[in-house]
Write a new protein. Structure first.
Length: 503
């Protein structure tokens, strides 16, 4: 075993890629000389204000069968209200660390203290494949650093020998049996043990079926390593799409339904002006761009990239909280702006973001009207906003607006009638006992119903005109004992727009 010391300012540092990344001096290994394994241990300290990513180069000789990395770091006490130490980790191979991820071989964030990569296998979160000779890079991500600094110890072990046989990835099909044009239920933000979740794909698939879901989307933090582990969980009754939760320092975005094996880089902030490039990559790979929990309060979670390039936005994430209430209100403001500016509107969706017990898969779920149970059809329904969000499989909604001559529009559609034409807004709901229905327009809440019966089913109607309501959407809320404060959501719809489109 050999030891070395790294420290900001103590060894040569090289700027790589974005400005917020630094490369330390290399860790060298000799070529195999009758040894089975060889280990190097390095230590260093990162000060407050460290760059987002610190790369530790590892000179890998020929003949390496496996690379294994483990690490620890200190967690000193900090004053109340001050962030402590949190250090993420991953690795890039001899193809380098340039943005785009050509050399990407895995990321576990802070979920694991060690990992390995070899040709035939890898730790969940990492990509199997040959350990080629050249300079590899252990990527350290100081997520937060205490005032005392962050001291770490990194141990790298190379195992020499013949590589195993690479495993050819098998991916789930992009179509399930389906029911033709129908309403399909899905949860597109889920985490397994391939990032920081604790469930296997098999456990998630079983919970998805129990929750009445027709489709799910794999969305691990900053890795596509799970893509090759879902095929045997798909079936005629469950479409499994593939994606990633791109977890930047300025917010998270779900790449929803990308081509199998697509990796989307996350190593940039909004100020770096790189996001548009990766939006194009997601779209080119057949995926949707969906900012996740845009008003979450965790460090780095709030969305700072704007919504101009998004295909939808997550307005309800897991159990309903004040963060979601803010996200819902902010989203409603975008609907007003789309009417004012006569531009495309941004649909809302909901997902569970389930990681582990007791997180409920399918709470909430997005119910989308699609022509078929296929990746393309589901994405088209989501992109068009033909969807509503429900807290469970028991909630079913039918929401329409009808004009005087029988013209009718449903969720995500437009009823093109003159500004003074009387229209009838109608919501039929089931599975929502004692919930209150609210109709919201560009003016705000214009109708609040009495609580629905204990049986959970009911119908609410309201008359208006396009000149009075540019759009209307519905919310169903649980009872609350807090006076005029609205209760937690049970369901909500995307809007129906009223009147002729301008221009």
């Amino acid at each position: 075993m050999c030891e070395d010391t790294h420290g900001i300012g103590r060894r040569a540092l090289f700027v790589t890629g974005a400005a917020a990344a630094l490369t330390l001096g290399p860790v060298s290994f000799a070529a195999a000389d009758g040894q089975d394994t060889e280990t190097r241990t390095v230590r260093g300290t990162l000060p407050p204000g460290s760059p987002d990513f610190v790369y530790v180069p590892v000179e890998v000789p020929t003949g390496v069968q496996e690379i294994k990395v483990s690490y620890t770091y200190d967690r000193p006490s900090v004053p109340a209200g001050t962030t402590g130490n949190a250090l993420d980790i991953g690795i890039f191979d001899q193809h380098g660390t340039e943005l785009g991820g050509k050399g990407f071989r895995g990321w576990s964030g802070g979920a694991r203290t060690e990992f390995f990569v070899r040709a035939d296998d890898a730790t969940p979160g990492y990509i199997p494949g040959p350990v080629g000779a050249g300079t590899w890079y252990v990527a350290l991500g100081p997520y937060t650093v205490a005032p005392q600094g962050l001291s770490y110890e990194l141990t790298i072990t190379l195992t020499y020998g013949e590589p195993g046989t690479p495993v050819r990835p098998v991916y789930p099909p992009s179509r399930a049996k389906g029911r033709g044009r129908d309403w399909y239920r899905g949860d597109c933000h889920l985490h397994s043990w391939y990032s920081d979740g604790r469930r296997t794909p098999a456990e998630i698939a079983a919970l998805a079926r129990a929750a009445g879901l027709d489709f799910i989307n794999s969305s691990e933090h900053n890795t596509h390593s799970a893509h090759a582990h879902w095929a045997d969980q798909a079936g005629d009754d469950l479409l499994i799409m593939l994606g990633e939760e791109v977890t930047t320092r300025n917010g998270h975005v779900v790449a929803l339904g990308t081509d199998p094996g697509t990796f989307v880089d996350w190593r940039y902030r909004a100020r770096d002006n790189r996001f548009g490039h990766f939006v194009q990559q997601i779209h080119k790979a057949g995926g949707l761009v969906v900012p996740a929990h845009p008003h979450a309060t965790c460090v780095g979670c709030a969305w700072k990239f704007g919504f101009g390039e998004a295909d939808a936005v997550e307005v309800w994430n897991g159990p309903y909280t004040p963060d979601d209430e803010v996200a819902l209100s902010a989203w409603d403001a975008t609907l007003v702006a789309s009417v004012r500016d006569n531009r495309q509107w941004l649909p809302g969706m909901g997902n569970s973001d389930a990681h582990r017990d007791p997180d409920a898969v399918g709470m909430p779920q997005t119910v989308v009207l699609a022509d078929d149970l296929s990746r393309e059809a589901i994405q088209e329904g989501l992109r068009a906003g033909r969807s509503y969000i429900a807290e469970s499989k028991y909630v079913t909604l039918n929401f329409t607006v009808t004009g005087g001559r029988g013209e009718q529009a449903g969720i995500g559609e437009r009823l093109s009638v003159d500004a003074d034409t009387p229209v009838t807004v109608r919501l039929e709901a089931s599975g929502v006992p004692r919930c209150t229905v609210r109709f919201i327009t560009d003016q705000g809440v214009l109708l609040t119903s009495d609580p629905l019966p204990v049986a959970g089913s009911g119908t609410v109607e309201w008359q208006t005109t396009p000149s009075y309501a540019a759009y209307v959407r519905a919310e169903l809320r649980h009872e609350t004992a807090a006076g005029t404060v609205p209760g937690a959501l049970a369901a909500l719809t995307n809007p129906i727009f009223l009147g002729h489109r301008h221009g």
